[in-house]
Write a protein that binds this ligand. Structure first.
Ligand SMILES: O=C[C@H](O)[C@H](O)[C@H](O)COP(=O)(O)O
Length: 153
């Protein structure tokens, strides 16, 4: 059973609550990391929980929902081993997995509807990394992460 952790800010709260249930019903082991209402919160507080779990291999995949998918993506990509992408259509979702082995999906709750979100998430969860020529590129990302001085990377 794939472990998926999910969180949102206030703009993604309703989508996140519904999506967490739908994923559990589809056989995923889901941990819902909040937020727990549509009261305004700060997206870094929730993005860091999900990105931390993926970075520590406590979850295989993370899903974050804010208004645009941008702020959560900025936060998540600061965590070692996290490859986060903000995606809003089926092509981006598919390529994010096949080429970039994206492990945290950041969705724009303000811009796409419930049904589209479900389709995008299920496609993203079901799509494998192609490997091959893309492996070496991901290794280079790890090298950059591990550079003591990024300016020299
Ligand atoms: O990238 C950031 C997200 O889209 C946030 O959901 C958004 O900035 C929150 O805005 P507001 O405080 O106006 O609800």
């Amino acid at each position: 059973m794939m472990k998926v952790c999910i969180a949102s800010d206030h703009r993604g709260y309703h989508i996140k609550a519904r999506l967490a249930q739908a994923l559990a019903q589809n056989g995923f082991e889901v941990s819902d990391e909040g937020t727990d209402s549509d009261e305004p919160v700060d997206y870094p507080d929730y993005a860091k929980i999900v990105a931390g779990k993926v970075s520590r291999h406590e979850a295989e995949r993370g899903i974050l929902i804010c208004g645009t998918g941008i702020g959560t993506c900025i936060v998540a990509n600061k965590f070692p081993g996290v490859r986060a992408a903000s995606c809003y259509d089926e092509v981006l979702v598919e390529i994010s997995r096949r080429h970039n082995n994206v492990n945290v999906l950041c969705l724009p709750g303000d811009l796409i509807g419930d049904r589209q979100i479900d389709d995008l998430v299920l496609k993203w969860l079901a799509t494998d990394f192609d490997g091959g020529r893309h492996e070496n590129r991901l290794k280079k990302i790890v090298d950059i992460e591990n550079s003591p001085n990024l300016a020299d990377a």
